[in-house]
Design a protein around this ligand. Structure first.
Ligand code: GTP
Length: 601
C-alpha cells in the first residue's frame, strides 16, 4: 500500500468513556465486520475482558475507508486502528500503541466530561507528537452536555469548541464524519521504502497453535514472507513463516511495507524472544541502528501465590510459565513460607493486574490459590553499607538497617470542586504532599499530590470514590523514592510468627495497624479445638493481643459413636469447608484472612 493512503491512529479515553463501542461502530461502518458477525466489544478477545467489560491488551485492526466528503472525497484509504486499555495498570500498553501511530482520537463521555485518564492519555499522546482530534462521545444520552464539555475540551487541547466532534458510538451518529476527519487531519506515515527494513514490535502474544504472534509497525523498508528476520536487541534470526494484517481476522500477505501495521509468525515459543519495543530487521540486509525502544514494564506490586493443595506446586509453576509467555510484565520466582509452604513471589503492574492473573490461573489451570497481602518494593541500606531490595515483607531486616527508601508516585486527581476538602483530608491521612491545584473550570478541580505508593495501591481508589460519590477520578505515575521511617509488623498465632501476615508499615501507623489486624483476624479465623492467641508485634515487642476461644462442641459428638457413614459424611462436609483454608501450625486459617490483611477501612 502507498504510505500516502495509510492513516495509523489510536483511540484514547478515560475508562468506560466508550472506546470499544466506538471501535465496534467503525468496524461495522467500514464493512470489516458484517452485521451478522457483530458482537459487542469485538476486539476484546479474552473472556475475562468481555466479562469485566474492560480492555486489557491492545488490538490493531485494518479497515478500508473511502472518504465520503471533504477534499479527499472518493479516495480510498487504509486505516489502522489500535484499541488501547484504559486502566492505569496498563498505561504501558497505551504508550507502546501510541508510538505506532500518527494520530489519536481523544474520546470524552459527553455526560461526564474530562477525567484523570483523559489527561494522562492526552499527555502521553503529546509526548509522542501525535495529532489529536477531540471527540465527545455518547451524545445520545439524555444527560449529555456536549456544549459545556466542548468548551472544557477545547481549553485543554487548544483550539475552538467547534472543532470537537460529537458522536455516539452506540447509535453511530457522527462516526462517518469522524472517519472522514481522520483521513484529512491525521498525517500519513513517512519512511524510507528503499532503506533496510526496520519494524517496531508493539505487542507480542502467545498462541497455543501458532506460537508467538508479533505485532509490528513498519517504519522503513519492507518485511517479506520467507525472509530471515533479525531481532536487533538479541541478534537472533528467525525465518518469517507467515506475515499479514488483521482485518479483523488475520489475512496472510506476501510483504508489509512502510507505515503498515501487521503481524509476524516466526515459530518462536516465548514472547521474551520477540520483545515488545525491539526492532525487527532483515538478517541479509540489516539496519545499522535500532529504533528507540520503550521503557520496560516494571512490576510495582508484589504478592506471594501459594497453592492451597501443596501437590499443585508444579502445576502452578507451569501455569505461571504459560501466562508469562503472553505477558512479559509478569514476574515470578520460587519462594517458601513457613506458613504456606512452597509458592512463588510474583511481581505485577498493579492490583488489577494481580487480580486478573490470579483469576486466570484459577480459571484456566483449575488451581485453588492463596495470595498474600500485596506490597511494594523497598530499597534498604544496611548498617554495614550493603544494599538490598525487599520484595517480601517477612524478609525486611529489623533493627539492622540504616535507611529505607519507599517508592513514590505523582497522583493527579480530578474532582467536582465541592469534594476538594474531603480529598485533601484523605491524601493527608495517607502521608501525601500537595504539589498544586488548578481549576479547569469553575466546577472542576485538578489536584496534584506526591504520595507513597504503598498508601495508594490498595484501597485508596475505593476510598476516593466513596468520599466523592464516585465523581473523582485519579491517575498516577512512579516518581522516585523517599526515605521513610518504616517498621515490620508481625502477626503471631499461638506464639508462632506467621510470615505471610507480615507487613511493612509507617511507624506512626504501626500500632493502629496491629490492633486492627488482630481484631479482624479474630473475626475471620474460626474457633478451633483449642484456644488461639493472636498477637501483633514489632520485633519482640507485642503491640496488640486477641484471643480466639476454643470450640465447645465436637461435631462428631452428635453421631452417638455408631453410624460410620454419617460420621464420614460429616467429616467430608468439614473438609469441603476447609477447601480454602490453610493449616498454619495447628491453626486453620481461611483465605479471607490473608486478604483481610490489606484492607484498611
Ligand atoms: P475500557 O475498555 O474498559 O477502557 O472501556 P471503553 O472505554 O472501551 O468503554 P466501552 O466501549 O466498553 O463502553 C462503556 C459503557 O458505555 C458501556 O456500557 C457502553 O454500552 C456504554 N456506551 C459506549 N458508547 C456509548 C454511546 O455512544 N452511547 C451510550 N448511551 N452508551 C455508550
Amino acid at each position: 500500500t502507498d504510505p500516502a493512503a495509510i492513516r495509523n491512529f489510536s483511540i484514547i479515553a478515560h475508562i468506560d468513556h466508550g472506546k470499544s463501542t466506538l471501535a465496534d461502530r467503525m468496524l461495522q461502518i467500514t464493512g470489516v465486520v458484517d452485521e451478522r458477525k457483530m458482537r459487542a466489544q469485538y476486539l476484546d478477545r479474552m473472556d475475562i475482558e468481555r466479562e469485566r467489560g474492560i480492555t486489557i491488551k491492545s488490538q490493531a485492526v485494518r479497515m478500508p475507508w473511502t472518504a465520503r466528503s471533504g477534499p479527499n472525497a472518493g479516495t480510498e484509504f487504509v486505516l489502522n486502528m489500535i484499541d488501547t486499555p484504559g486502566h492505569v495498570d496498563f498505561t504501558y500498553e497505551v504508550s507502546r500503541s501510541l508510538a505506532a501511530c500518527e494520530g489519536a482520537l481523544l474520546l470524552v463521555d459527553a455526560a461526564q466530561g474530562i477525567e484523570a485518564q483523559t489527561l494522562a492519555n492526552l499527555y502521553l499522546a503529546m509526548e509522542n507528537d501525535l495529532e489529536i482530534i477531540p471527540v465527545l462521545n455518547k451524545i445520545d444520552l439524555p444527560a449529555a452536555q456536549p456544549e459545556r464539555y466542548a468548551e472544557e475540551l477545547a481549553n485543554l487541547v487548544g483550539g475552538d469548541p467547534d472543532d470537537c466532534f460529537q458522536v455516539s458510538g452506540k447509535t453511530g451518529a457522527g462516526v462517518e464524519e469522524l472517519l472522514d476527519a481522520i483521513v484529512t487531519r491525521f498525517r500519513p506515515p513517512v519512511g524510507d521504502a528503499d532503506a533496510p527494513a526496520r519494524a517496531m514490535i508493539f505487542d507480542s502474544v502467545y498462541d497455543t497453535y501458532r506460537g508467538v504472534v508479533t505485532y509490528v509497525r513498519v517504519i522503513d523498508g519492507e518485511l517479506k514472507a520467507r525472509d530471515k528476520a533479525r531481532m536487533m536487541s538479541t541478534r537472533t534470526d528467525h525465518e518469517l513463516l507467515e506475515l499479514g494484517v488483521i482485518s479483523p481476522e488475520p489475512i496472510k500477505s506476501s510483504a508489509i511495507g512502510v507505515g503498515e501495521v501487521g503481524y509476524l509468525i516466526t515459530g518462536v515459543k516465548d514472547v521474551r524472544q520477540s520483545k515488545v519495543g525491539d526492532t525487527v530487521t532483515n538478517a541479509r540486509r540489516p539496519a545499522e541502528d535500532a529504533l528507540a525502544g520503550y521503557k520496560e514494564a516494571k512490576p510495582m506490586v508484589f504478592s506471594g501465590l501459594y497453592p492451597i493443595d501443596g501437590s499443585d506446586y508444579s502445576n502452578l509453576r507451569e501455569a505461571l510459565e504459560k501466562l508469562q509467555l503472553n505477558d512479559a510484565a509478569l514476574q515470578f520466582e520460587p519462594e517458601t513460607s513457613a506458613a504456606l509452604g512452597f509458592g512463588f513471589r510474583c511481581g505485577f503492574l498493579g492490583l488489577l493486574h494481580l487480580e486478573i492473573i490470579r483469576e486466570r490461573l484459577e480459571r484456566e489451570s483449575n488451581l485453588d490459590l492463596i495470595s498474600t497481602a500485596p506490597n511494594v518494593v523497598y530499597q534498604v541500606t544496611m548498617e554495614d553499607g550493603t544494599e538490598i531490595e525487599v520484595t517480601n515483607p517477612s524478609e525486611f531486616p529489623e533493627g539492622k538497617n540504616e535507611s529505607v527508601l519507599e517508592p513514590m508516585v505523582k497522583a493527579t486527581i480530578l474532582t467536582p470542586s465541592e469534594y476538594v476538602g474531603a480529598i485533601m483530608e484523605l491524601c493527608q491521612s495517607r502521608r501525601g504532599n500537595m504539589e498544586g491545584m488548578d481549576y479547569l473550570s469553575p466546577e472542576r478541580v485538578e489536584l496534584r499530590y506526591t504520595l507513597p505508593m504503598a498508601e495508594i495501591v490498595f484501597d485508596f481508589f475505593d476510598n476516593l470514590k466513596s468520599r466523592t460519590k464516585g465523581y473523582a477520578s485519579m491517575d498516577y505515575e512512579r516518581s522516585g523514592e523517599q526515605q521513610a521511617d518504616l517498621v515490620k509488623v508481625d502477626i503471631l498465632l499461638q506464639g508462632e510468627r506467621v510470615d505471610a501476615f507480615s507487613a511493612i508499615v509507617h511507624r506512626d501507623h504501626a500500632y493502629a495497624y496491629g490492633v486492627r489486624l488482630a481484631e479482624r483476624l479474630k473475626k475471620l479465623i474460626p474457633r478451633q479445638q483449642f484456644e488461639v492467641p493472636i498477637q501483633a508485634a514489632i520485633g519482640s515487642r507485642v503491640i496488640a493481643r486477641e484471643n480466639i476461644r476454643a470450640m465447645r462442641k465436637d461435631v462428631l459428638a452428635k453421631c452417638y459413636g455408631g453410624d460410620i457413614s454419617r460420621k464420614r459424611k460429616l467429616l467430608e462436609k468439614q473438609k469441603e469447608g476447609k477447601k480454602r483454608m490453610k493449616t498454619v501450625g495447628r491453626v486453620d486459617v481461611p483465605q479471607e484472612a490473608f486478604i483481610a490483611a490489606l484492607r484498611t477501612d
